[in-house]
Ligand binder design. Structure first.
Ligand code: GDP
Ligand code: GDP
Length: 458
């Protein structure tokens, strides 16, 4: 994973000029017409000794119309979601426009750090516009001239600082992984599945309602007051029974309370989540209906996928949500776009505060756990392989068609499949995705990551 910087702003402020300056190659078009940059571009930027990825957000072909704002938002949202740092470029000669303000208002809520670059600041013409940029409420603007290469050392400082912070964070996470790997046990026998408690983690950004949910699930205040009838707790978590199944809940809330003492709460919350995810078999990712799937939510969801845990999404504060259809649709769209590996993940809309729909959420947890443990017979898999490869044959690089010969499920938790094929290394990713999507749909493998390993077998 490399460091990504998104360059955003309304048309004609100089985004492409800045992109070109950083990337060095003339990849993006630059023109006086507003919005000639059609596609989103990515390039490798070099700024003194730093190397990172820059995303130039798409321009807008048509002039200002009703949907300008909407389209701009979608493009920017996605770029900012992906980025580790965003530069909001404004034109200090033209001054701050309502569109800049609108943008800024939205960006103020984004967890991605944003810096305002007041471009076209060479000479005096930019002075008033530069002062104006303070109004955006995104901190001190930085005067630059993309065209003349002025202000690049300030950019360097921002990127350098954020990259260092990210490295620190990653090192902390790595340390934790190493620690956990040392204590990771051997594979569990499938017979044991029904005897051992299902390990559940409830994770999410601060304030989405995790503590409220946990208290609801195991009974008000019991979490704090210790063992009571039907509930046991140890250093890891709390255990209770739902529909005859023992569920052991990783005590993230407790950890979070401890984290509060530390200063960098935000930083710890991802590390906390990682620890909880490592512990868990099924993870409930709690989202706030009013602000569902922000950057940090996606980071955690990605973590769950990478760690191979089953996932259920709980959209909380549903009681307070006005535009419900829109929220759900938006959530599905964003998941589809940002995390296609999690297609069809179960979503429960809940109110932790009122205790609404929590059983439905737990039912989904039990289902996800089953799917995570699912085993598909080798004969069914090979019939399936035959059908899907004839419906959509693999490519033939260099004139010789890749042949997928045999398939078997290597393990469960999460379902992992081995496919033996000729020229395994030449199989395009897109074909792998096709197989994965079809496999998921045909065998109902929703709510769990699945792994396909292509092996050489002539
Ligand atoms: P974008 O639509 O935001 O990508 O903007 P462009 O990069 O296409 O730039 C729009 C116009 O502003 C072009 O005519 C650029 O030459 C001009 N421009 C870009 N940066 C500067 C600058 O630092 N100073 C001045 N004076 N003009 C600039
Ligand atoms: P945590 O930081 O994720 O543990 O979040 P908390 O459980 O501390 O909740 C944060 C805030 O959201 C509190 O003010 C809760 O009362 C509120 N909250 C939690 N769940 C709900 C809910 O279902 N509906 C509403 N309206 N508010 C909720």
């Amino acid at each position: 994973m490399d460091f990504k910087v998104a360059i955003i702003g309304r048309p004609n402020v100089g985004k492409s000029t800045l992109f070109n300056r950083l990337v060095g190659k003339r990849l993006a078009l630059v023109d006086d017409q507003p919005g000639v940059t059609r596609d989103r571009r990515e390039g490798t930027a070099k700024l003194y000794d730093l190397t990172f990825t820059v995303i130039d957000t798409a321009g807008l072909e048509e002039a200002f119309d009703n949907s300008l704002e909407a389209r701009m938002r979608v493009q920017t949202e996605q770029a900012v979601d992906e980025a580790d740092l965003a530069f909001l470029v404004v034109d200090s000669r033209a001054g701050i426009t309502p569109l800049d303000e609108h943008f800024a208002q939205w960006l103020r809520k984004s967890p991605t750090p944003v810096f305002v670059l007041a471009n076209k600041c060479e000479g005096r013409q930019g002075d008033s516009g530069f002062m104006d940029a303070y109004r955006l409420g995104l901190g001190e603007p930085v005067p630059i001239s993309a065209e003349h290469g002025l202000g690049m050392t300030d950019l360097y400082d921002f990127v350098d600082e954020q990259m260092k912070r990210q490295q620190e964070e990653r090192a902390a996470v790595q340390g934790m992984l190493a620690e956990d790997a040392a204590t990771d046990g051997e594979e569990t026998d499938e017979e044991e599945i029904d005897n051992r408690p299902l390990q559940l983690a409830i994770v999410g950004r601060p304030n989405v309602g995790k503590s409220t949910l946990i208290n609801r699930l195991i009974g008000e205040d019991r979490l704090l007051t210790g063992p009571e009838a039907g509930i046991t707790r140890d250093s890891i978590g709390v255990e209770w029974t739902y529909k005859d199944r023992a569920i052991k809940l990783f005590d993230t809330a407790g950890i979070r309370k401890r984290a509060r003492v530390q200063s960098k709460v935000e930083k710890l919350s991802v590390a906390d989540s990682l620890r909880a995810v490592k512990f868990a078999q099924v993870v409930v990712l709690v989202l706030d209906a009013e602000a569902a799937l922000e950057k940090q939510d996606l980071t955690i969801a990605r973590l769950v996928e990478e760690e191979g845990r089953a996932l259920v999404i709980a959209v909380n504060k549903w009681d307070a949500c006005r535009n419900r259809d829109e929220v759900i649709q938006d959530l599905r769209d964003r998941l589809e776009r940002s995390l296609p590996q999690l297609t069809g993940v179960p979503v429960a809309t809940i109110s932790a505060l009122r205790g609404q729909n929590l059983n439905n959420m737990l039912d989904r947890v039990l289902d996800a756990y089953k799917v995570w443990n699912k085993r598909v017979s080798t004969s069914a898999l090979n019939r399936w392989l035959e059908a899907v490869t004839s419906a959509h044959p693999p490519p033939a690089p260099g004139g010789r068609r890749i042949r997928l010969k045999y398939m078997t499920q290597a393990k469960t938790r999460p379902p992992t499949f081995a496919i033996f094929c000729t020229k395994a290394d030449d199989l395009p990713l897109s074909y792998g995705r096709y197989l994965e999507n079809t496999l998921r749909a045909d065998f109902d493998l929703y709510g769990t990551p699945i792994r396909l390993n292509f092996k050489k077998g002539d």
